[in-house]
Design a protein around this ligand. Structure first.
Ligand SMILES: NC(=O)c1ccc[n+]([C@@H]2O[C@H](COP(=O)([O-])OP(=O)(O)OC[C@H]3O[C@@H](n4cnc5c(N)ncnc54)[C@H](OP(=O)(O)O)[C@@H]3O)[C@@H](O)[C@H]2O)c1
Length: 375
């Protein structure tokens, strides 16, 4: 039986006095069970969904460092108006980090072959020096792949693949995607190009359009341009897109997409219907980059839907065989279709540095941070 391992784990706590506190806590892991492994975490991305748990609605202008160089702490104020939504997590010291990669340092009897292998893994609590996890939640990395290559092999790759699976399952011809130059958006472009699925990319700057052109994207529309709505309608009419995945959520963009889909459908209409076109238009909101309300004016008839989309329930519904198929594709195309790029690699202590927080909390294009807790 291997010795228990002790390592630091990042924790996020929101207290009843409207304070966020980040700490690094020593955690001792009992040896792995027969089907479990202990992984030394070497690379874990900071994704927008991690920030939701890590910082919650904290005001990053109020960050206050504390503690010591080895064991720093960080506190910040939470606006009172946002506290009601925090009720379910009050005073709980929560581990953070959805996915990571690292080296298996202990393995149970049934999975001993994984000892010493580099693996990617999903399951939360990854911002830690060691993570004990069921072997079924790990994927061995291909020969030669680094932990950084495998750090983001679940959340964004599987979500991008899920969009195309949804398109096929629900009988659509083409896709619209927002915040389209994101890490996930770049993967989606490579998938759609390979699979022959027309993709309309909505970005908000010329710099983002240039990133996607470089990948080979054909349809790119800039929401900051004066002729955005016309260009969006043209691209939707040309591709026949009736399905959109919207990472922004708040504001009027989902509404603009539904209007453009309706306008494109009406271009071919032979007679007027006061109920709008019969072409069904679906927007899935899968992110909250804008946390404000979603504004819908319903000016596109009655054949439309707006709903939420989350990866985990999608994968549960897809079943084991489908999951294995998607995972196998990610592993085979890890350093091509599903490659991620990082601005900087930081230590666990750096995650609590106010200057670093200000940078990673921006969620800016091409500015993703990677944590290496073994530093
Ligand atoms: N539902 C799910 O299961 C699921 C799974 C995976 C990912 N996601 C979501 O997918 C999205 C992309 O993730 P990622 O890791 O690929 O992100 P990322 O690489 O960090 O990129 C974020 C992108 O969002 C843009 N952005 C930020 N705030 C914005 C705003 N208010 N309006 C418009 N654009 C904005 C940024 O552009 P600028 O440079 O212009 O700021 C950047 O291009 C996130 O919203 C994430 O939560 C959801």
């Amino acid at each position: 039986m291997p010795d228990p391992l002790t390592g630091l784990e990042l924790r996020s706590t929101i207290s009843g006095d409207a304070r966020l506190t980040l700490t690094l806590e020593p955690v001792t892991l009992t040896p792995p069970g027969p089907d479990e492994v202990v992984v030394r975490v070497e690379a874990s991305p900071i994704n927008p969904s991690d920030l939701g748990l890590l910082l919650g609605p904290a005001d990053v202008a109020t960050l206050q460092p504390g503690g010591t160089a080895d064991r720093p702490t960080l506190t910040a104020a939470i606006p009172q108006a946002r506290m009601a939504a925090m009720k379910a997590r009050l005073d709980q010291s929560l581990p953070v980090g959805n996915e990571a990669a690292g080296t298996v340092v202990q393995a149970g009897d049934n999975v001993a072959a994984l000892l010493g292998r580099k693996v990617g893994m999903i399951g939360g609590a990854m911002y830690a020096q060691y993570r004990k996890i069921a072997a079924r939640d790990c994927i061995p990395l291909p020969e030669g792949a680094s932990a950084a290559d495998g750090a983001s092999m679940f959340v964004n790759p599987l979500t991008a693949l899920a969009f195309v699976e949804t398109l096929r399952a629900e009988g659509h011809k083409a896709l619209v995607h927002t915040a389209a130059a994101s890490n996930l958006g770049q993967m989606l472009n490579r998938i759609c190009l390979a699979d022959g699925v027309p993709l309309v990319n909505i970005v908000r700057s010329e710099a983002q359009a240039a990133i996607l052109r470089e990948i080979g994207a054909k349809y790119i529309v800039d929401s900051s341009a004066g002729d955005f709505r016309e260009k969006l309608t043209d691209a939707i009419a040309e591709t026949g897109a009736t399905l959109a995945f919207d990472a922004i959520g708040g504001g009027k963009l989902a509404n603009a997409i539904l209007h453009a889909m309706e306008a494109a459908a009406s271009r071919n209409a032979t007679e007027y219907s006061r109920y709008g076109s019969s072409t069904f238009k679906q927007v899935y909101i899968y992110g909250m980059l804008d946390t404000g309300p979603t504004e819908l004016d319903r000016g596109y008839g009655f054949a439309w839907g707006v709903s939420g989309f989350l990866l985990t329930p999608f994968l549960i519904k897809l079943g084991m065989e489908g999951n294995m198929r998607l995972r196998a594709r990610v592993a085979a195309e890890l350093t091509t279709t599903f490659a991620s790029h990082y601005t900087a690699t930081i230590s666990l202590a750096d995650v609590l540095d106010p200057a670093v927080v200000a940078a990673y909390a921006k969620k800016a294009t091409g500015a993703k941070y990677l944590i290496d807790p073994s530093r």
